[in-house]
Design a protein around this ligand. Sequence first.
Ligand code: GLY
Ligand code: MN
Ligand code: MN
Length: 434
Amino acid sequence: MSAEIPRPDFAEHRRRLLSTLEDDEAVLLFGSHHALRNGDAEYRYRQDSDVWWLTGWPDPQVAVFIRPGDAPLTIFCQARDPEREIWTGYRPGPEGAERDFGADRAFTFDRIEDELPELLVGVRRLHYAFAHDAEHDALVMSCVARARRACRRTAKDVPETFVSPSLVLHELRLRKGADEIAVMREAARVSVAAHRAAMEVAAPGVPEYVVEAALHRVFLEHGSTGPGYTSIVAAGANATCLHYITNRAVLREGQLLLVDAGCEIDHYTADITRTWPVTGRFSPEQLAIYDHVLRAQKKAVAACVEGRSFNDVHDVAIRALTEGMVDIGLLAMSVDEAVETEAYKRFYMHGTSHWLGLDVHDVGSYGRGGQSRLLEAGMVLTVEPGLYVQPDDEEAPECFRGIGVRIEDDILVTPDGPENLTEGAPKEPDALRS
Ligand code: GLY
Ligand code: MN
Ligand code: MN
């Protein structure tokens, strides 16, 4: 990772959150649990994205409480424990929370039932994600009950409205700041380099996992912690399985290879898909499908402008892909009829876009009351149309069966139009031929 890449500005994220909260509001978040892979072997810990966005806190067993006022940030965390730290590494502890993470107050996690009720006095509206973790829910309810008991027959406020963090916090996460965009550019840059390396390695006789290894090597060499989601390396008809992650088949002459992979840097991920011929030569049928997906993708990217809706991007892709399906004889009806009846879904069954950020399918609503939301500068979304002909689709012309193509880029909406963060990954047919 290059030294000039700034870290996410967690203090600025807290300022943004605090500026939207009234004095009688507070936000309460819990970190992710440490997940076991099997027995007592753990997955590498990955912090909850909301906790990360606000604090950059790296450890499990943490709760974060934020409330406007003189001491807005309270962190409950694991105590320092020299014996455990010999096994699992440094823990900042409450001392580190105050010294290095901007906490105004910090306690060990086991103090939460004693301290949180007091912190909740004066809070009428609590932003907390109920119904995600029963243990945390029980803890919060017990603390609210204690606060209520302590304030009975007083004029003091206690929480009476509970709202999801999606209302405020996730709307803030949806609009990326300059610090976040800088990190996302780096994740995109490294992911582009990884796709280029994958293209170098792919050849007949090479297993999909060797291509996966080439991707991950580049991710790690550039300081990423690894993929931001499980990499898809799908040769031939494997590409018609949308979430193919087995990655064990061997590439063969005449196949296309679909790779959907992006790396995570400072918890932000890229998400790129490229599809190319293993031998550098497209068959006429592969090229016909590829050209239509590429045309649809470019049109959909061009629709990522301020003021257009999220659904517009999908509609543009659907129209262009359906034109392609009719053009090459996959659908024997008019384009209007295929769109109207959704006949296109036989070959294009997923959405065109999702928000991108700390989560590969990032937070932020897609609309309200049935109305798709309008795009704004600072939002980042993927554009990933595809066309998939199942190998056993006996109604499709045989020459197209088993072909799967997807092309995916990461698009930043700017006042000057869409900026493609991942355009460095080749996608023009001529750049994929050898
Ligand atoms: N790689 C996950 C997605 O494209 O949505
Ligand atoms: Mn995606
Ligand atoms: Mn993807």
